[in-house]
Design a protein around this ligand. Structure first.
Ligand code: NAP
Length: 350
């Protein structure tokens, strides 16, 4: 491309505003539009929505037709709840989609919805790609690490963190937090909410050349021993304060890929397993390989707390993928299809 890629930012929540900030900082990307779900954001300058120092002149809008008319090359799609209708409209209009919103392979969608997405990609000659920190970067590291083994028995990825400062109450409640552990259907709610991890497990198996014949999900809860007020939600004593779950892929009776989480929230919760405060990537085989990804503050970090680092870590595997996804063939592409996605070398031009 001999010009910057024209990009729309879709919503500016925890992840989306980090994506927006990164788009504004890259000379090879040009922000052309911002979609806002919340009425209070409509009409605001993109700069105000992401803490950019100078006005951009790009105002957030809820007018999808106006956004499609911009002729964007790509959309960084980071809503809380993804919508197949929105995705199809974008793809059909020829806008390549990079998303953090519960999409890796599309495998958890109904066959009808998946077919709609595929057809939208065909009609618009467009591509959809999903990533993030976990799922996303963690699976990529697992796949790469397996390349060090003569024999691979299992790739296992575990997000092992305290997520008390991750202000997404809708997500956390659906993951079981603040609910009584004997709430009917709780394990199924957690499975459904985290099903994108199963997609990422299937992607890793596919990259290993294995066809999975079964996916299973197991989960255990620990309860809080006191009340915690996190500001955006409370974790009352006796409700779920810790969740350990795995989506496991099986082939020939063997558990070959596992993707899960060991999460804790609130002051009075005991994690189901000791926390590693990072992403634990394990490849069992010959040899066993293990690494823990920690997301650490740079010297110039001035934000209170470190949750913002995790948001950047989640947003960037998606935003940095824009040029790769624009260049990819139409359809659904995954991390197993794209070349290594690098970050932007600060201070360099297009
Ligand atoms: N792969 C990973 O590593 C990873 C990690 C964390 C999160 N995620 C996913 O990334 C996405 C964004 O997460 P987040 O933490 O940024 O979410 P969030 O801040 O809670 O919400 C994102 C935005 O969604 C819009 N929104 C809020 N309520 C909505 C509703 N009821 N219907 C439609 N849109 C609504 C709002 O847009 P406005 O800003 O326009 O009002 C909000 O700012 C989620 O799908 C999440 O599951 C992925």
């Amino acid at each position: 491309m001999d010009r910057p890629l024209r990009v729309i930012q879709w919503t500016t929540g925890n992840i989306g505003r980090r994506s927006l900030h990164a788009i504004l900082g890259r000379p090879d990307l040009e922000l052309v539009g911002v979609y806002a779900h919340g009425a209070e954001k409509i009409g605001k300058d993109a700069a105000d929505l992401c803490g950019w120092p100078t006005p951009t002149g790009v105002l957030a809008t809820g007018d999808v037709a106006a956004l499609l008319a911009l002729g964007a090359d790509a959309c960084c799609y980071n809503p809380l709840w993804p919508s197949i209708d929105e995705l199809c409209v974008l793809l059909e209009a020829g806008v390549n989609v990079c998303t953090s919103a519960a999409w890796i392979t599309g495998g958890k969608q109904t066959p009808e919805d998946l077919d709609r997405i595929r057809k939208a990609c065909e009609r618009g000659d467009a591509t959809i790609f999903g990533s993030g920190a976990h799922p996303g970067m963690t699976n990529l590291v697992g796949m790469v690490l397996s390349g060090a083994c003569e024999r691979v028995d299992e790739i296992r990825i575990t997000e092992s963190v305290d997520c008390s400062t991750y202000e997404s109450a809708g997500t956390q409640r659906a993951m079981g937090f603040a609910q009584h552990p004997d709430t009917p259907g709780l394990a199924e709610s957690v499975r459904r909410e985290s099903e994108v991890f199963a997609e990422s497990a299937a992607m890793m198996a596919d990259a290993l050349g294995v066809t999975l014949d079964e996916m299973t999900f197991d989960v255990e809860f620990t309860t809080a021993t006191g009340d915690s007020d996190l500001g955006f939600m409370t974790i009352p004593a006796g409700t779920v304060g810790g969740v350990l779950g795995y989506h496991r892929g099986w082939s020939g009776g063997r558990n070959v890929v596992s993707v899960g989480f060991n999460w804790v929230m609130g002051e009075y919760a005991v994690p189901p397993k000791p926390l590693a405060h990072g992403h634990v990537i394990q490849v069992f085989g010959r040899p066993n390989m293990r690494t823990v990804l920690h997301c650490l503050p740079p010297e110039d970090w001035t934000e209170p707390g470190f949750m913002g680092l995790g948001m950047i870590y989640t947003a960037m595997p998606v935003t940095n993928a824009v040029p790769y996804v624009v260049a990819a063939p139409p359809g659904i592409v995954t991390l197993a299809d794209l070349p290594p996605i690098t970050g932007w070398l600060a201070g360099f031009g297009c």
